[in-house]
Design a protein around this ligand. Structure first.
Ligand code: PAP
Length: 322
């Protein structure tokens, strides 16, 4: 999974030499590309995707920051978009496969091992996910008039804590131990990795400019009223629920099957791995709560992030309650 040293890819190596690099709080190497700090081994698949990915008008792109609700959104959109194929939700592949197996990441799954994979055999609507910031997305995604983007984000304090504990569960090794929480938070506030606030703001502005193309969701809003948001996603995708489906309780059923409690307790998500055996399925289901940051971060830390948000989001209409 590491970038191979000494490959003949001169373009790549030359580019890499020109880019700033640093070590992230989780011990992994980062590289700054197009204004964002990415894990170093993410760069090659990102470049491949930028060069080769061809968007179809019917594509659905789920875009997120890590630990902002990706797994939940994958489960929901998969269920909504495929409900005519699996009318009986108790036979949904979600019950036997982790959502990450059903909705591949552009950069981790499609382009990780292959420069230009053949994606034409995937039935439409194709659903892909990504953590790529808006400005670094393959251009064709933004240029396609019909291809849809659904973005979900989460208050940055919960996102940070979720990420920190995910790293502790999956990556701890004697070679790469993460920094202490307060040092990691300091880097996070300085935009490493990320900057996350830029990531959110760019998608927020794209949503304001073209709400038909970019749906902007918050994790907290889904927690607050999942049924409303399931309906909203279906309408945005152009597959609204019929009156009959509503009366049959399909919105509630999809909400229930995709809920944290249901997914966490499935055998497939208690065991097994994704990403070539690197990451535990169970690590994608930790607590699933809003406000868990209060158990780990001080009020002063929260205040620091609140100030950063006020400055970055000023006048945009974007904000999180902390
Ligand atoms: P990813 O970007 O690496 O795929 P992602 O799914 O975005 O991760 O984030 C995982 C978080 O979503 C975890 O939050 P926590 O650490 O605060 O607990 C996880 O518990 C939460 N999560 C996963 N599935 C669901 C779900 N169905 N409903 C609500 N929260 C969920």
């Amino acid at each position: 999974m590491e970038i191979k040293e000494g490959t003949k890819d001169e373009f790549f190596n030359e580019l890499l030499q020109k880019l700033e690099q640093m070590t992230n709080w989780d011990g992994r190497k980062l590289v700054k590309y197009q204004g964002f700090w990415f894990p170093l081994n993410y760069l090659r698949p990102l470049l491949s995707a930028q060069k080769h990915f061809k968007a179809n008008d019917s594509d659905i792109i789920l875009s997120t920051l890590p630990k902002s609700g990706t797994t939940w959104l994958k489960a929901l959109v998969f269920s909504i978009a495929n409900r005519s194929i699996y009318p009986n939700i108790d036979q949904s592949p979600l019950l036997t496969s982790n959502p990450h197996k059903l909705v591949p990441f552009i950069e981790f799954d499609l382009y990780w091992n292959e420069e230009n994979p053949d994606l034409t055999h995937i039935p439409s609507p194709r659903i892909f996910s990504t953590h790529i910031p808006l400005n670094a997305l393959p251009n064709c995604i933004l240029e396609s008039s019909e291809c849809k983007i659904i973005y979900i984000c989460r208050n940055p304090l919960d996102q940070f804590i979720s990420h920190y504990y995910f790293v502790l569960q999956n990556f701890v090794s004697k070679d790469a131990a993460p920094l202490e929480l307060d040092e990691a938070f300091d880097m996070f506030c300085q935009g490493v990795p990320g900057p996350v606030l830029e990531h959110m703001l760019a998608y927020w502005n794209a949503h304001l400019e073209n709400p038909r193309k970019v749906l902007f969701l918050k994790y907290e809003d889904l927690k607050d009223n999942i049924g409303f948001n399931v309906k909203k996603i279906a309408e945005f995708l152009g597959f609204p629920f019929s009156l009959e489906e509503e009366e049959q309780g399909l919105i509630d059923e999809i909400s229930r099957v995709c809920s944290f409690g249901n997914l966490k307790n499935l055998e497939v998500n208690k065991n097994g791995y994704v990403m070539d055996g690197l990451l535990k399925n169970s690590s994608y289901f930790r607590k699933g709560e809003v406000g868990d940051w209060t158990n780990y971060l001080t009020p002063a830390m929260a205040e620091r992030m609140k100030k950063l948000m006020e400055i970055k989001f000023q006048g945009s209409g974007l904000m999180f309650n902390i």
